[in-house]
Design a protein around this ligand. Structure first.
Ligand code: ADP
Ligand code: MG
Length: 611
């Protein structure tokens, strides 16, 4: 038989390799930005057209390349960053594989202009599918400009696989942020279809975070600072009271490069431990520095995963660094043992008389009518700034500040004469602030309050959107909500549908919405939080599920407005929930197909008691 094995031509090999490095426009953005950082630039500009499908251009004022290097940089394994195998273990730059430009040139039309400070002339190279079309001298400012046009023009299968412009652009913004965050010493800007999306000036990390995520972050950040021989930890974590209901901003940078690590993420979760409710997520922007010799960054082609030599040590250092930082800002118990409580108790004045607690028994007390209790409780919690004896006791019993706050926010107090009504409502019992237990003819039923309420709201919102009319309440004072660029874009794209949900807003200028009205049935939530949650849920759904826009929005809205696990419900609220659930078309599962309820038969109980 004839020989069948032959070597692939370079152009094909390059295209295949390109798939590993460049999955979408955002991956090319990452590589180009990192090269500019490695080139020592202090100003980097990213220009994007049509979410990178038509054009991605990065312009820097870095050290540039010689004419020969300009040609060589498109060769596979062409890199200035390592010379010998040993260098691999000492990397301080971002790139080292020398694959990026070769990969990009294999699947796009690339125009490179580059000039070194010592030279008079710049070099221009045009290359297309790895073939050099033009090379000449020209004049250009110092530094490098690389324009990548028509990405995947020669790989239609990949081009068709790209998502819509908004989705691809969001990926670009994410990569841009991942490079810009750990390099506040570099000015970055981003333009999309002629519009300036980011203009980040040189500054420090705090300023960079605020420039990207909005002014509201200023009061949310707690600095972390720990220097050990194994790892140096810097950056910020978000205060727990600002934790988002869905994954917030979570960034690890190792030696100034973005990394993903579920292991280290866990360390942060442990540091926050009881400070967060089960359904909220900490934000963090943490910079780790280790000796490059102790990590292996080579295990993943896009280099977001790393392997540490002392993984466990890094984990525990990180956890205690964050814990300490939170403690320093009086947010969590510190490691300092003589200081046990989470926040300083304001002592009573010396001559104040302490009222002893007295016991009064109410013979009519009905354990199921929790209303009265809750009402009393909420009054107590609202007087936080005047320490009372009860408060002191609460603190002693180690009720965390977080719990007190969330309770005072969620407790609803009814006027006294309404307690009459409550007794007429059929009785329900709430288990662990998570489940509602109720009688049914054949036994009993347990309803998951969060999942059930999401079902109720979801059906309501779907109906509302398809009926094309919305119930909105106008705000007395319109609220400005500043968002990051990506979220702002998303809000504008979804504006029509979001208005059907009852929000009324208009554009107020740079990344800020002015909200005039909110859905009629919402009162307790803050407008900003509602919008942030809505967007976050929408984005999460978009990544995980393949939903249509309206369905996604209805789910996102139901998720953010719904009753949460951990929330105490009054008997009336439980009764409403049960009634509304059974008025749904599909009461048995949440919009995300999780069960809302489970039933237990009396016969089961009888069997258990061996009757
Ligand atoms: P790597 O970054 O892994 O070395 P790349 O393919 O990304 O590989 O780049 C190849 C080489 O081209 C780099 O090592 C660097 O010498 C040069 N280079 C790329 N981009 C720039 C830039 N913006 N400024 C100066 N030199 C650059
Ligand atoms: Mg590179």
């Amino acid at each position: 038989m004839a020989d069948v094995i032959h070597l692939l031509p370079d152009s094909v090999a390059n295209q295949i390799a390109a798939g590993e490095v460049v999955q979408r426009p955002a991956s090319a953005v990452k590589e180009l930005l990192e090269n500019s950082v490695d080139a020592g630039a202090s100003i980097i500009k990213l220009i994007v057209k049509d979410a990178g499908k038509t054009l991605l251009q990065v312009i820097d004022n870095g050290k540039g390349m010689s004419a020969t290097d300009a040609r060589l940089c498109f060769e596979r394994h062409a890199t200035s960053k390592i010379e010998k195998a040993d260098d691999l273990f000492n990397l301080s730059t971002k790139g080292f594989r020398g694959e990026a430009l070769a990969s990009i040139a294999a699947i796009a039309q690339v125009e490179l202009k580059t000039k070194q400070p010592t030279e008079d002339l710049a070099t221009l190279i045009e290359i297309e599918g790895n073939e050099v079309k033009r090379q000449e001298f020209c004049s250009a400012p110092e530094g490098t400009s690389i324009a990548v046009k028509n990405l995947f023009y020669n790989v239609p299968a990949r081009r068709n696989f790209l998502k819509s412009d908004p989705v691809e652009f969001r990926h670009i913004i994410e990569e841009f942020q991942r490079v810009a965050l750990p390099h506040p010493e570099i000015a970055f800007s981003l333009y999309h279809n002629g519009q300036e999306i980011f203009h980040l000036q040189q500054g420090n990390l705090r300023q960079r975070i605020i420039a990207i995520f909005g002014n509201s972050y200023n009061e949310r950040l707690v600095p972390v600072d720990e220097d050990t021989s194994i790892v140096k930890v810097g950056g910020f974590v978000g205060k727990p009271q600002f934790a988002k209901k869905s994954r917030g901003e979570q960034y690890f940078f190792l030696n100034n490069r973005f990394i993903k690590s579920s292991y280290l993420h866990h360390a942060i979760q442990m540091a926050f431990a009881e400070l967060l409710t089960a359904d909220s997520f900490a934000s963090y922007f943490l910079l780790l520095e280790v000796d490059p010799k102790t990590i292996d960054v080579n295990i993943h082609p896009t280099k977001t995963e790393v392997k540490f030599e002392d993984e466990r040590l890094v984990y525990s250092i990180l956890r205690s660094a964050v814990k300490r930082a939170l403690g320093k800002y009086n947010i969590a118990p510190t490691l300092d043992f003589d200081k046990e409580t989470t926040f300083d108790f304001i002592p009573l004045p010396k001559d104040a008389t302490v009222k002893l607690p007295s016991i009064s028994v109410n013979p009519d007390y009905n354990p199921f009518a929790e209303k009265q209790e809750t009402a009393k409780h909420s009054v107590l919690q609202k007087n936080l700034d005047q320490p009372s004896f009860e408060q002191f006791m609460a603190e002693k019993n180690n009720v965390s500040q977080q719990e007190m706050m969330s309770e005072s926010e969620t407790a609803v107090s009814l006027p006294e004469n309404e307690t009459q009504v409550l007794q007429d409502v059929s009785l329900h019992y709430q288990l662990h602030n998570a489940y509602v237990l109720t009688h049914i003819k054949t036994g009993f039923m347990i309803i998951d309050q969060q999942q059930a309420h999401e079902r109720v709201l979801y059906e309501r919102y779907v109906k509302q959107m398809s009926a094309n009319h919305s119930a909105s309440q106008q705000l007395l004072f319109p609220v400005n909500v500043e968002l990051n660029a990506a979220d702002y874009e998303l809000m504008l794209q979804l504006a029509d549908e979001i208005k059907l949900l009852g929000f009324d807003f208009s554009e107020f200028g740079k990344n800020t919405l002015i909200v005039h009205g909110i859905p009629a049935d919402l009162t307790e939530h803050s407008t900003r939080q509602m919008i942030e949650q809505l967007i976050n849920n929408f984005k999460n759904n978009e990544q995980e599920l393949n939903l249509d826009k309206r369905d996604n929005l209805a789910q996102a809205m139901a998720r953010s407005m719904g009753i949460k696990t951990g929330q105490k419900l009054t008997n009336e609220e439980m009764a409403n929930l049960v009634n509304e659930l059974f008025a749904c078309q599909m009461p048995y599962s949440s919009p995300q197909s999780k069960p809302t309820l489970t039933t237990f038969a009396l016969t089961d109980l009888e069997r258990r008691f061996k009757k």
